[in-house]
Design a protein around this ligand. Structure first.
Ligand code: NAD
Ligand code: TYD
Length: 356
């Protein structure tokens, strides 16, 4: 049966808003209900171009508000709930872990419970046909790798940051609902994303924003930590594939074997911006090594063999193309960056980077 209606939580954030665009472009008959609390990371500007699309409805609200979620499930009867809603930044989790428990753990359990109430006939022990709960998780739940090897779906969970611990806890609840009640679920665990509309607390948009202003480019520790970067649209394509064809109760790792040390990313952004803007002041002299992140994971690397083999997914965007598209987008949208870096962001930046 073709899935037509999706409840997309966290739709106004980076990946959620890219997913809304991807689905509306790909499926003429799709219906999307977006739910987002609009925290500092949620931005309706990310969805301004689709706000009048009759196939998409936005609701401002909290995934922890069970009455609201129940009402949305009743009213829209989605085939699939895709949960992007989360506190997503490791550095913020180090400062305020409780918020990550509230949103990422409790919020996920609230969503699971609401879906179970809507979809499960406890007397008959049966689930409504054609329903699925998809949890968007992260490779960070696996912890850190040494120089060799990759995360597979069988790698034990070993999170180190409050962020990754909260995502791992959420994943365990999702699997508990599957194992205990037979709930139709999938979990996706993707590597680091980059692309349009990413909030400039994350490495790549932070570098773009600072470099344009000739501000210091903060590199944690020696800058040789490795991340496995995936263009956001390829992540959206994978989530769509798992929603439609993922086997119930399965976890799928998502990544494109694009491992790069942070310093490589920093130097790439510098070189591309300098060339694009013809601005010689954007140079490696801006690189500033600062104190390392506590508990900093040294290396992430995804083995995507399962999703490639079982669902035929593969990444379409090589890093060189993806980073060029990303920089193009930020250069073409200075108003977006100005909008999200006023007020609160300045306070955040001061608190996070001053005296570091
Ligand atoms: P983001 O911080 O850009 O967006 C999160 C969105 O969730 C925001 O729009 C925010 O307003 C919303 N939100 C937060 N708390 C909420 C609540 N209680 N109720 C409703 N909405 C709430 O994050 P992102 O980078 O788009 O990440 C989306 C998901 O993907 C997260 O679950 C994250 O763990 C996961 N993920 C991210 C990456 C990455 O590289 N960014 C990689 C793998 C997995
Ligand atoms: P980030 O974008 O926060 O993603 P994550 O921590 O979830 O991987 O950081 C990516 C890498 O870049 C990570 O190793 C931390 C590093 N980093 C810096 O060196 N400087 C910065 O200012 C930021 C935000 C991150």
């Amino acid at each position: 049966m073709e899935m037509q209606t999706f409840l997309v939580t966290g739709c106004a954030g980076f990946i959620g808003s890219n997913f809304v665009h991807y689905m509306l472009e790909k499926y003429p008959g799709v219906r999307l209900v977006g739910l987002d609390k609009l925290t500092y990371a949620g931005n309706l500007e990310n969805l301004a171009d689709v706000e009048n699309d009759a196939r998409y409805t936005f609701v401002q609200g909290d995934i922890c508000d069970k009455a609201l979620v129940e009402e949305l499930l009743r009213r829209h009867d989605p085939d699939c709930v895709v949960n992007f809603a989360a506190e997503s930044h490791v550095d913020r989790s180090i400062k305020n872990p409780e918020l990550f428990v509230k949103t990422n753990v409790e919020g996920t359990v609230d969503l699971l419970q609401c879906c179970k109430d809507a979809w499960y006939d406890a007397a008959a022990k049966t689930w409504k046909a054609g329903k699925k709960y998809l949890q968007v998780s992260t490779d960070e739940v696996y912890g850190a790798l040494g120089p060799e090897g990759y995360f597979t779906e069988a790698t034990p969970l070993c999170p180190h940051s409050p962020y990754s611990a909260s995502k791992a806890a959420a994943d365990l609840f999702v699997m508990a609902f599957h194992d205990t009640y037979g709930m139709p679920v999938n979990i996706t665990r993707c590597s680091n994303n980059y692309g349009p509309c990413q909030f400039p607390e994350k490495l790549i948009p932070l570098l773009i924003n600072n470099a344009r202003q000739h501000k210091a480019l903060p590199v944690y520790g020696d800058g040789m930590q490795v991340r496995d970067w995936l263009y956001v649209r390829d992540h959206c394509k994978a989530i769509d594939a798992v929603a439609r064809a993922g086997r119930e109760g399965e976890v799928y790792n998502i990544g494109g074997h694009n491992e790069r040390p942070n310093l490589f990313i920093v130097k790439t952004v510098i070189a591309q911006l300098r060339e694009r803007l013809g601005d010689g002041a954007i140079s490696e002299a801006l690189i500033t090594h600062v104190a390392d992140r506590p508990g900093h994971d040294r290396r992430y690397g995804i083995d995507p063999a399962k999703i490639r083999h079982d669902l035929g997914w593969y990444p379409e965007t090589p890093f060189e193309k993806g980073i060029a598209l990303t920089i193009d987008w930020y250069l073409a949208n200075p108003g977006w960056m100005a909008g999200v870096t006023s007020g609160e962001y300045l306070k955040y930046y001061e608190q996070m980077y001053k005296n570091r």
